[in-house]
Ligand binder design. Structure first.
Ligand code: NDP
Length: 399
């Protein structure tokens, strides 16, 4: 069917590339382009020989002109951005300049301001509309599948959803005292930020990790889950009809929290540059360099993830409660694609969003979050592409 340019060559990219190669009728040719070309070449070497033709290239995705040149040379239908959130706008600019569709898994965050918000990317809506191009934002698992789950619940089971609790549990154990499951910089910045949730039209802010609930997750068991701000809350609060409250909870072990507290107390999670041996460095960048590379956690990680949405609302005047979730096994993911479940649960939805865009099922000019598309083809693909989901119409609720 066509060509896709995949930018980034980390854990998520590895999954996207594997999954594109499993769908060669859609992804006839792909190019993996990233800052470090050797990582792209290593992926190509692993997967070459199948039906999908794989190219690689070096690119600095902060440089719009370099991206434009690369896109003009390869001529893809779309770009799948699985680099870092800092590159979202330069890549969107390059897509607009070259007439190419866009998809990412994380919303833009200015490198100097630790605050992710959709406002910068939503500002591109008119440009994409006028150019007749589609931009799909936040098409990983959370954000991503959590938005699709909410849209699916809304379409099939509710007239109005009043409450959504998104629950993200990782029951995986990699055997290290402390490591982050994906990019440490993004992960730590997310967790050390204030908590925030949306209620009755207002954002309520809490101290970091101040609200805790215990939940019994299918396939994992009881876990402490902490309220965090997560980017899909911003778009779901706007896009889900009748919503009164939406919250996001993620599980962390006591050991993880203790390490994080110590790192924070000694200043290692700060992004304020400090002078060190004649150089200016950000402590968080240095911390990233000493922590285990998330890409190496795959072979060590055992256990499951469980991510889903509990929705409460009304249908035909009657109260309805609905829980939809996916469980993903770290070891099975590693066996299939050589990555753990965190990368897998992000990369598979990114490929599905790209597939639906390439097939024209999720194509509409403008900039959209995933819940603004028809959830049905995406839900079908989740079952086919390795992330089957489960439904429970009588779940235990969080208070
Ligand atoms: P990694 O850090 O493993 O990979 C990021 C890749 O991007 C690396 O290959 C890196 O290059 C490359 N890169 C960084 N800067 C540039 C640049 N300027 N130009 C070109 N390439 C660049 O991250 P992950 O794979 O774990 O995550 C990828 C994305 O997925 C992130 O945006 C993350 O926030 C998002 N994510 C989304 C989730 C969701 O559910 N929605 C969950 C998890 C992650 P190099 O190899 O040289 O460092």
């Amino acid at each position: 069917m066509g060509k896709a340019l995949i930018i980034g060559a980390g854990g998520v990219s590895n999954v996207v590339v594997h999954k594109c190669c499993q769908n060669p009728e859609v992804f006839e040719e792909i190019m993996i382009a990233s800052r470090t070309k050797s990582k792209c070449d290593a992926m190509k070497e692993k997967l070459d020989g199948g039906k999908t033709i794989i190219h690689t290239a070096q690119v600095d995705a902060d440089d719009t002109d370099a991206l434009i040149a690369l896109i003009k040379d390869f001529k893809p239908e779309m770009v799948i951005n699985v680099a870092l959130p800092y590159q979202d706008l330069t890549i969107m600019d390059a897509c607009l300049a070259t007439g190419v569709h866009y998809l990412d898994t994380a919303n833009y965050e200015p490198p100097e301001i630790p605050k992710f918000e959709y406002k910068w990317q939503w500002a591109y809506k008119e440009h994409f509309e006028k150019a007749g191009l589609t931009a799909i934002l936040g098409c990983g698992f959370d954000p991503g599948v959590t938005g699709v789950f909410s849209a699916y619940a809304m379409k099939h089971y509710f007239d109005e959803i009043h409450y959504i609790d998104i629950l993200d549990a990782n029951g995986g154990d990699h055997g290290y005292p402390f490591a982050t499951n994906f990019n440490p910089e993004i992960n730590i910045r997310e967790i050390t930020a204030n908590g925030r949730y949306w209620e009755q039209g207002e954002w309520i802010e809490t101290e970091p990790l101040a609200i805790k609930r215990v939940f019994d997750f299918d396939g994992i068991g009881e876990k402490d889950a902490y309220l965090l701000y997560h980017e899909e809350l911003e778009s779901l609060a706007l896009n889900i009809k009748g919503i009164k409250r939406i919250r996001f909870f993620m599980t962390f072990s006591q050991q993880y929290i203790t390490h994080l507290n110590v790192l924070q107390n000694v200043g290692m999670t700060s992004i304020e540059p400090i002078a060190f041996e004649g150089k200016s460095i950000q402590p968080l960048h240095f911390l990233k360099a000493v922590l285990p590379d998330p890409a190496t956690l795959g072979p060590r990680t055992k256990g499951k993830t469980n991510i889903g949405c509990i929705c409460q609302g009304v249908k035909d005047g009657k109260p309805v409660t609905y829980y939809v979730y996916n469980m993903c096994d770290h070891e099975a993911c590693y066996k299939e694609v050589g990555s753990q479940a965190i990368s897998y649960t992000t990369g598979v939805p990114a490929m599905i969003g790209a597939k639906l865009l390439m097939e024209g099922k999720w194509k509409k000019p403008g900039v959209y979050n995933v819940e603004e598309f028809d959830p049905d083809p995406f839900m079908d693909e989740l079952n086919k592409q390795g992330l089957p989901w489960h439904e429970n119409f009588n779940p235990v609720l969080l208070d």
